[in-house]
Each structure stands twice: as structure tokens, then as C-alpha cells.
Design a protein. Structure first.
Lengths: 114, 109
């Protein structure tokens, strides 16, 4: 069965450092998403991406965040200068069509900022 | 903005017992999604409901969307240890999902 792959599974970083979270969506998918889940809190939408541009972003997705599809297969989330409150599980999702029920979620990257 | 309230927050049931998880929305639901999450893992799509009164089943899990389309329930019949995990409801909020806080289900053998 096709799957969305995220790397690394766990990343620990110093506050103020830049991190890049990587996602390999399912190969024929065109719509990409990042969500995050702070421990004990709700899963929150960060950003959606289609046709090499951001379709929509939440208030959380400020100037410290950016997304990129650098090579046609990877989809990355960059946090420029991490803060303690960025510690969370980050989920990537992708879908072939703009139908949420068809979105596949990755296993997540647990980011710990110390 | 749309808010989803899930109840209960956590549930411990004896294997073989039935259980129900509820999800109430602050706004009319135009698509309600149920996911299962194991701790530290990704979200597994269970089912989606769109029409008021709609009911769907997958194995021993049944979900309903009420007629007024502001509440959904997830019912598990004869629970098994494999049902343990976190159940999340999500609402279609215009090409993105808004999630409830989740219900932690533990099944005792």
C-alpha cells in the first residue's frame, strides 16, 4: 500500500537553530499538507500546498515557517529559528485530489526543541 | 472558527464491551471525518460522513452524523485490544481539517 514517509522520526534541536522536516508524499499526489500536534493538544492545520505554491496557511504558519518542494518528490517544512513552543509532532499529508477523505498522513516527526 | 468537542476525553472498557465516542461541532458539519491514532504515530482514516442521518460501518466500528449535522458518534461493538488508541474527529473547514482533542481508548483484556 502506498504511504507518506517522513524523516526523521525524531529530531532534537537547540532553540534558535533551523530545522528541516522532510516528507515524501505518495508519487502521483498533487496536494500537500502539514499539520502539527503539540503534546496533549489538538492536531492543528499549518499549511496546504499545490502547484508549487501555498494554497492556504494558518495563523501558526508565520514567517519562521516555510515549505518547499525542492525536487518534485520531497516536500519540506523549514523552521528558521526554533522556539521551545515549536516542540510538537509534525504530520505531513498528501492527496491526489483536493478531497480531504483521500489524504494520507505520514507517521510524523517528533520535534523536540531544547 | 469551527471548534470540535469530543467526549469522553478518555475511556477504559473491558474487552467485549460496546462503547460510544461523541463529537460535537460549533458549526454545521459539511464533512465529518473519523481517524484513529496510535500514540506517537500517524493518523489512520476510518470513515467520512457528509449527509445528515448518514451512517457508515467498517468492521465493528459504526459512525453516524445526526440530522442537524452538528454531532457525530462513533460506536464500537464488542471492543478488542486492537481498538485501543486515540480517536479523533475532524471537520472539513474549507479544504483543511479541524480536529477535536481526541478520545483515548484503552481496552482491558
Amino acid at each position: 500500500e502506498p504511504e507518506v514517509t517522513q524523516t526523521p522520526s525524531h529530531q532534537v534541536t537547540q532553540m534558535g537553530q533551523e530545522v528541516i522536516l522532510r516528507c515524501v508524499p505518495i508519487s502521483n499526489h498533487l496536494y500537500f499538507y502539514w499539520y502539527r500536534q503539540i503534546l496533549g493538544q489538538k492536531v492543528e492545520f499549518l499549511v496546504s500546498f499545490y502547484n508549487n505554491e501555498i494554497s492556504e496557511k494558518s495563523e501558526i504558519f508565520d514567517d519562521q515557517f516555510s515549505v518547499e518542494r525542492p525536487d518534485g518528490s520531497n516536500f519540506t517544512l523549514k523552521i528558521r529559528s526554533t522556539k521551545l513552543e515549536d516542540s510538537a509532532m509534525y504530520f505531513c499529508a498528501s492527496s491526489a485530489r483536493q478531497i480531504l477523505a483521500e489524504a494520507f498522513f505520514g507517521q510524523g516527526t517528533r520535534l523536540t526543541v531544547v | 472558527s469551527q471548534e470540535l468537542e469530543q467526549s469522553p476525553q478518555s475511556l477504559i472498557v473491558q474487552e467485549g464491551k460496546n462503547l460510544t465516542i461523541n463529537c460535537t461541532s460549533s458549526k454545521t458539519l459539511y464533512g465529518l471525518y473519523w481517524y484513529k491514532q496510535k500514540y506517537g504515530e500517524g493518523l489512520i482514516f476510518l470513515m467520512m460522513l457528509q449527509k445528515g442521518g448518514e451512517e457508515k460501518s467498517h468492521e465493528k466500528i459504526t459512525a453516524k452524523l445526526d440530522e442537524k449535522k452538528q454531532q457525530s458518534s462513533l460506536h464500537i461493538t464488542a471492543s478488542q485490544p486492537s481498538h485501543a488508541g486515540i480517536y479523533l474527529c475532524g471537520a472539513d473547514a474549507g479544504n483543511k481539517l479541524v480536529f477535536g482533542a481526541g478520545t483515548i481508548l484503552r481496552v482491558k483484556s
